[in-house]
Design a protein around this ligand. Structure first.
Ligand code: ZN
Length: 500
């Protein structure tokens, strides 16, 4: 049995290396590559991914997994977890024909380039045909995976293993029922927050330098990572010891650039915090996108938008921007960075209305996959829902349907994990607070190490050994996803700011 396990590990390691090499090419494509490289790069990545897929879906791997199913590893051991995860991914991968995998890879890679051009030109029609192909490929993928209740389940399962669309829809219903009237109440008190401080220009180099300082402070290891700029901020891991982040900076968008850095930094802390013993294995990943997002949101919102964080960092920020911040005190700044106001861009929206941006995408994706909505009608459907949920109309497609990279890269069924992340961030943080009630005081002293260690110990080191539900149970004792702590946190924090 030991011998078979070693053979399996060796094979998985080779596949892992191919996959990571393709990801390095993907990172370069988004960060450095000239537009002219698009087609060749798409071919290169498709070749690597096809090879990895072929190596993973051989009968030999299937036989190894079958014989290892008889092995008596302890359920909590790395070995048992590796075999479980390999089995799950093998079963999914075997369902996809190699031609479909290659076609998806090429289309999704080219899609990102075409999307970037269309977005720059604020013209959806340049992206429409590509998106039609992407939706069609996702339908083919979902049909190949198979599903019982609805087509969306098949895709959601890739990002949030075991989660059902109906469960996600219920979380949104719970949030919508309490957040919509709460946002209405806040609207009536809009004068409580003045964010004029952000309607100024902030030097890009100074923003960059400040973001680097904060990333270091929260524990991001620059010996095992780096920050670059890209059109859409992202985190990517080639190894536990090489986890990179990107941010988007322009003069007139402070503080979104900083919050992007902290957000991606949270994702990166998770990846850098995985136990070294899992390096190079299938387990060296966050366990689901929802859990991953819980960490970016925890660092971005619960820490990075807290009063205590700015008690410590505001005087430092004033040194970076003495002119812009001369006549603004820390409390005004804290309120400004927490202003609740419906906005056109998801990544620049506040903690509360963010969930409505996700609701809109979740509904549109379901409609596209169920063929209730044509891609050609998508910009109009987007505008209608923006009006319905946020009371805003995008003046162009770059500020509307073209704003996110996700669909262009082939990801459908991904968006709801953002809101699951919001909900989970507070579930986990509430437990951290029960264990260490003085955490906010530590933040006020610029100390984030205790929270970082706790998260590493409780969550990060496990990689994907445990499912989201298993982690929730281990860490918090809750039986599953629970929106209550999130709603209580939101109402307490913003109730205090807005007096509602
Ligand atoms: Zn994120």
């Amino acid at each position: 049995m030991e011998k078979q396990l070693q053979i399996l590990k060796d094979k998985l390691k080779q596949i892992h290396n191919l996959t990571k090499a393709a990801e390095v090419l993907g990172w370069d494509q988004r960060v450095n590559m000239p537009f002219g490289g698009s087609e060749a790069r798409a071919e290169q990545m498709a070749t690597l991914e096809k090879l990895a897929h072929e190596m993973f879906t051989t009968d030999e791997i299937g036989l190894l997994l079958e014989s290892l199913a008889q092995a008596n590893f302890d359920d909590d051991s790395d070995e048992a977890a590796l075999i479980r995860l390999a089995r799950r991914e093998y079963d999914l991968a075997r369902k996809l024909p190699p031609e479909l995998v290659e076609q998806m890879s090429r289309t999704f890679s080219l899609g990102e380039q075409i999307w970037a051009q269309a977005r720059a030109n604020k013209d959806f029609s340049q992206f429409q045909e590509t998106l039609e192909k992407i939706v069609d490929l996702n339908i083919q993928r979902a049909e190949a995976y198979g599903y019982q209740d609805c087509i969306y389940d098949a895709l959601l399962n890739s990002f949030e293993p075991g989660m059902k669309t109906v469960e996600v829809a219920q979380v949104f219903e719970t949030l919508k029922a309490e957040l919509v009237p709460f946002v209405q109440a806040i609207k009536g008190q809009a004068g409580a927050v003045d964010d004029a401080v952000f309607r100024q220009n902030y030097d890009e180099v100074a923003q960059w330098n400040f973001s680097m300082e904060v990333l270091k402070a929260i524990g991001y290891d620059f010996e095992r990572g780096r920050q670059d700029k890209s059109a859409h901020p992202f985190t990517i891991s080639f190894s536990i010891n090489d986890v990179r982040v990107t941010t988007r900076i322009s003069q007139d968008t402070f503080p979104s650039s900083l919050l992007s850095s902290v957000h991606e930094g949270g994702h990166a802390l998770y990846e850098q915090g995985i136990a070294q013993t899992l390096e190079g294995t299938l387990l060296a990943n966050g366990t689901s996108l929802g859990v991953h997002e819980s960490q970016s949101r925890l660092w971005e919102n619960i820490v990075g938008r807290s009063r205590q964080f700015w008690q410590f960092y505001y005087p430092r920020l004033q040194q970076f921007f003495p002119n812009q911040l001369a006549n603004v005190n820390a409390e005004t700044f804290y309120r400004a960075i927490n202003k609740v106001t419906p906005s056109l861009i998801r990544t620049e929206s506040d903690e509360i209305t963010y969930n409505l941006h996700i609701l809109l995408r979740f509904e549109l994706e379901q409609a596209l996959l169920e063929k209730r909505l044509k891609v050609a009608d998508l910009p109009e459907a987007w505008r209608a829902k923006m009006e319905q949920y946020l009371g805003l109309t995008p003046p162009n497609d770059a500020l509307g349907v073209l704003q996110d990279i996700h669909w262009s890269g082939g990801s459908m069924g991904y968006f709801p994990t953002y809101t699951l992340g919001n909900v989970l961030s507070v579930q986990f943080y509430s437990q951290a607070l029960r264990d260490m009630p003085d955490l906010p005081d530590q933040f006020a002293r610029g100390e984030f190490g205790a929270l970082g260690s706790w998260l590493r110990q409780q969550l990060y080191r496990h990689g994907s050994k445990f499912t989201a539900n298993e982690l929730i149970k281990r860490v918090t004792g809750d039986t599953g996803l629970n929106a209550r702590p999130y709603l209580d946190y939101i109402k307490h924090k913003f109730g205090e700011i807005y007096g509602v």
